[in-house]
Design a protein around this ligand. Sequence first.
Ligand code: Q46
Ligand code: ZN
Length: 296
Amino acid sequence: MPQHRMALCKDHFLEWVPEQTARFIKKYWMFGPEERILVAVSGGKDSLSLWDILHRLGYHADGLYLCLGIDGGINYSTRSQQLTEKFACERGLTLHVVNVQEQTGRTIPQWNEINLRGREKPCSLCGLVKRHEMNRVARDLGYDVLATGHNLDDEASVLFGNTLNWSSDFLLRQGPVLAETPGLARKVKPLCRFYEREMTAYALLRGIEYIYEECPYAAGASSIYYKELLNQLENHRPGAKLAFYLKFLEARKSGFFAEREGVEDVELHPCLHCGQPTSAPELCSFCRMIKVGQVE
Ligand code: Q46
Ligand code: ZN
C-alpha cells in the first residue's frame, strides 16, 4: 500500500481494516457501542464489507436493502438482492428489504419512463427515493444512525465535483458524519478513508460474495470520470487522493467555510404526508412524485 508506505500480509490486512474502521468511528464521533445502526446495503463490496466489519467489531448493525427494480440486461436488482440475502443468512444478521415498486407503485426505470420518458438517467429520482426510504425505515424502526459504504474514492470524486462547481452548500455538508436533525437520522460513512482498492481487497480476502457489476445506469456518470482523473493523479503522487480529502476536512474544521456557516439555512418543516423535513410548503419532493407522478 504505497499510499500508507506499508505492506501487510493477508491476516494482518484483515485485522488492520476493522481496527482502522473502529479508529475512524471514534475519531469522527460516528456512534457509540450502545447505538442501533442501520447499514444501507446494495450487494456491492463496500456496503457488504462495512456490514461485515461492524458485525465483527460487535456493533448492533442491521441491514437495509432497497430493491430498485433495475434489470439493465444483467438482472441487476435481483442478483444484488440474492447476494445480500445470502450474506445476511450465512451470518445470522437481520436484513430489512424494501421493494420500491411495492412501496411507490413503480420501479425506478418505470418512474423514469413517466417522468423523463426515459430520455435521461434515473439517478436523481433514484437518489430521492433512496434517501426518502432509508430515512423512513431508520425513523420507523427506531435506528439511531444510518451507515453507508462510501469509500475514499467516492468521497474524493464527489469533493472534486463540488469543488469544480464551488457548490458551497454541498461542500458544507460533505463529511464522515451528517448530524441528525428533527425527523432525520444521523448519517455516517465509516469507510470514507479507505481506498476503493483496499475495500476490494478486503471483500475478496474475507471471501465476501458481492455483485461485481455496477448499476447499469452508472456508466458515463461524471463521478466515474472524476475517479479516473483522481486515479491518474494518485499514480503520480501516491497518497494524493487521501490528502485531498483530509485537507478538505481540516480546512472545514478550521473555519474555512465559517462565513457560509453563518448564512441562515432554508427553513424546514414536516411534509404534510410523510412527516420528513422539507422546504416545500406542503408535500416533500418524494410525496409529490408519488401523488402527481412528476419530480420537478
Ligand atoms: S443512483 Fe443511478 Fe445509482 Fe440509482 S440508478 Fe443506479 S447509478 S443505483 S448509486
Ligand atoms: Zn413527504
